[in-house]
Design a protein around this ligand. Structure first.
Ligand code: MN
Length: 328
């Protein structure tokens, strides 16, 4: 089906809806939060009852977003499941929704909108396009196809989604259309300077301090082609930094010249390590994450391993080396 057909099908289901749930993934990023808010705004504008629900804390850098308080924490709902439609954003698998998945009943019509590869979510309509930079970009295309006029609030939400998911218009998924859309959003009231400052230039002094420590302790392997950053529970306890505010730290692993693959390892529990991966163009880290049941994009992926942090490091070194040897 073409984009035009898919967006019209989505429009039809939303027009028929009475009570819509808008969901995205756990540990939400700018794309997840921005598009949830934008869809919520749209649905309210067309006169629909809508609930935007989350399962995780929202990073403080996104609290500037217009209407961010309209995202309800799952705990404050009493297992309601009378939603006739669910808009599921950025969830390649049902478990990415976290506990919010429980709000979806067998009678709920699911609209699946995503740009991740290997999306296997079962839905009445699935619009999955891995060529697009972000669900923010897809949401803009949807709004345009239904003739919805974007207000400054929605422009800010979608600009934030696209800005963050493209790594500030840097990743290779940033196409001419992405930049045209960004331009349209600025025309509709998004302020590039203000949004960029909120997301990237308002770190707490504690986070800046922690970043300094982690940069000091970066580890290099394979002649400097692999870079590891290690974030422990001790770091967080000592500095008082909330885990939800550590999303951008991984980016620093690709700052050093010569590094091709960067990894951030965090010990969620003594026996459970979260691994985030980043790579230069031409190196696929999604396949590595998939080996551990994780996923993501070619140059940005993640997974959890049931190993202590040091053992997880050894395992990932071995897999990164194998991947390097087969790809480079
Ligand atoms: Mn995304």
């Amino acid at each position: 089906m073409s984009m035009a057909e898919l967006t019209q099908e989505i429009r039809t289901i939303l027009n028929e809806s009475h009570r819509t749930l808008v969901v995205s993934h756990v540990d939400p990023d700018g794309d997840a939060i921005g598009t949830q808010l934008a869809f919520g705004h749209y649905l309210r504008d067309i006169g629909k009852e809508v609930l935007i629900v989350r399962d995780s804390i929202i990073s403080s850098k996104y609290l500037f977003l217009p209407e961010v308080d309209s995202i309800i924490e799952i705990e404050s709902l009493n297992n309601q499941n009378d939603f006739d439609v669910a808009v599921v954003l950025e969830c390649p698998t049902p478990d990415r929704m976290g506990a919010v998945a429980q709000l979806i009943s067998p009678n709920t019509r699911i609209i699946n909108i995503d740009h991740h590869p290997a999306n296997i979510l079962e839905a009445e309509v699935s619009w999955v396009d891995t060529s697009l930079s972000s669900v923010g970009e897809m949401t803009f295309e949807f709004f345009q196809s239904v003739g919805y006029t974007i207000c400054p609030e929605v422009a800010t939400q979608l600009y934030t989604a696209i800005l963050t998911d493209t790594g500030r218009f840097r990743y290779s998924c940033t196409g001419p259309r992405t930049l045209e859309i960004a331009g349209e959003l600025v025309r509709s009231g998004a302020d590039p300077r203000e949004i960029c400052d909120h997301v990237y230039f308002e770190m707490t002094p504690e986070l800046v301090q922690l970043t300094g420590e982690l940069l000091h302790d970066l580890e290099y392997r394979n002649d400097g082609r692999i870079c590891f950053m290690t974030l422990t529970r001790d770091h967080l306890a000592r500095t008082g930094v909330d885990p939800s505010d550590t999303e951008g730290l991984i980016d620093y692993t690709l700052y050093p010249r010569g590094v091709e693959i960067g990894a951030l390892l965090r010990d969620i529990e003594p026996q459970l390590t979260k691994i985030s991966l980043r790579s230069r163009p031409g190196i696929d880290v999604a396949v590595i994450a998939a080996r551990f049941g994780g996923g993501g994009h070619v140059n940005a992926a993640g997974c959890h391993v049931e190993l202590p942090i040091e053992a997880a490091k050894d395992k990932i070194i071995q897999l990164l080396q194998e991947a390097r040897e087969s790809q480079v």
